[in-house]
Design a protein around this ligand. Structure first.
Ligand SMILES: C[S@@+](CC[C@H](N)C(=O)[O-])C[C@H]1O[C@@H](n2cnc3c(N)ncnc32)[C@H](O)[C@@H]1O
Length: 233
C-alpha cells in the first residue's frame, strides 16, 4: 500500500475542491490525445521511479509495473486536491501491480528529501511549461538519478520559427494568465541541457493537443559529461 499523503495542508478548502472536482477533469479530458504517447514512453520504465508533477496520476495506467522491473514508484504533486485523487488511484495501482508506491505533497522545484543517486528513472510529463523554477526541478532530477539512470520526458515546447511560433508569442500572455502560468514558448530542451543532461535522444514530436501547444519534445535524456554540461550553459 502507499504511505499516507505527506506534507502540510496549506491550500484552502476551496482551492482543494477546485483542484479535485474541476481541474482534475480538465486535465484528464483535455489530455486524452496524448494517451498513446504515454503508453509508448512509459512501457519500458523500470527500477525505482520518481515522477515529478504527478497530477491526477494520468501516467499510472501506462506503467507496466513488475513486468518492466519496477521496484517502487514515488510520486510528487504539490496541488493537494489533485494529490487526494491521485492517491486513491495510486493505492489501486499498487494493489493491482504489487509494486510499492508513495505520494508526497511537495513542490518538485525545491530540494527533495531523497538521497543522491537513489532512482533509476525520473519521469516528468507536461510539467516544465508551468513550473516556476524548472532549473531547480531538473537539477534535483539529475542529483537523484543513479549512474546510468534516465530522465523520461514529454513536454509541449515553443515551436520552431514560423506561423506556430508567432501565434504562440501572440497568445502567450493570455494563455499564461488563464492556464496557471503554462508557457507555450517553453524551451524544455535548453533547460534540460543546462541542468546537465544529454538531450541528443530527445525527439521533436507533434502532440495530439490543441494546435497552439502541439509542438512537443519527447524521449529519454541521460546525464551528460561535465564538458558537455559546461557547453550547454
Ligand atoms: C499539466 S499538469 C500534468 C500532470 C501530469 N504530469 C500529466 O502528465 O498529466 C502539470 C502538473 O504539474 C504540477 N506542478 C506544478 N508546479 C509543480 C512543481 N513545482 N513541482 C511539482 N509539480 C508541479 C501541477 O500541480 C500539475 O499537477
Amino acid at each position: 500500500m502507499t504511505d499516507r499523503i505527506e506534507g502540510a495542508r496549506t491550500q484552502s478548502r476551496l482551492e482543494r475542491a477546485f483542484q479535485k472536482h474541476v481541474l482534475s477533469h480538465l486535465l484528464d479530458d483535455g489530455m486524452r490525445g496524448v494517451e498513446p504517447l504515454r503508453g509508448e514512453l512509459l512501457a519500458g520504465v523500470g527500477g525505482r521511479v520518481l515522477e515529478l508533477g504527478f497530477g491526477t496520476g494520468s501516467n499510472l495506467p501506462y506503467y507496466r509495473g513488475r513486468t518492466a522491473g519496477m521496484s517502487e514508484l514515488v510520486a510528487i504533486e504539490p496541488a493537494e486536491g489533485l494529490a487526494e485523487l491521485a492517491k486513491e488511484r495510486l493505492d489501486r495501482w499498487t494493489d493491482r501491480t504489487g509494486v510499492p508506491s508513495r505520494l508526497e505533497v511537495l513542490s518538485g522545484s525545491r530540494p527533495l528529501p531523497f538521497d543522491d543517486a537513489s532512482f533509476d528513472r525520473v519521469v516528468i510529463t507536461f510539467v516544465l511549461c508551468s513550473v516556476r523554477r524548472a532549473d531547480v526541478m531538473l537539477a534535483e532530477a539529475r542529483r537523484v538519478l543513479a549512474p546510468g539512470g534516465r530522465l523520461v520526458i514529454a513536454e509541449h515546447v515553443g515551436a520552431r520559427p514560423g506561423a506556430m511560433r508567432t501565434a504562440q508569442r501572440v497568445v502567450r500572455p493570455a494563455w499564461k494568465a488563464l492556464l496557471g502560468g503554462c508557457d507555450p514558448l517553453t524551451d524544455a530542451r535548453g533547460a534540460i541541457a543546462a541542468a546537465g543532461f544529454d538531450t541528443g535522444a530527445l525527439g521533436d514530436r507533434r502532440l495530439e493537443l490543441p494546435w497552439i501547444v502541439s509542438s512537443g519534445l519527447v524521449g529519454e535524456a541521460t546525464v551528460a559529461s561535465d564538458a558537455a554540461t559546461d557547453r550547454a550553459r
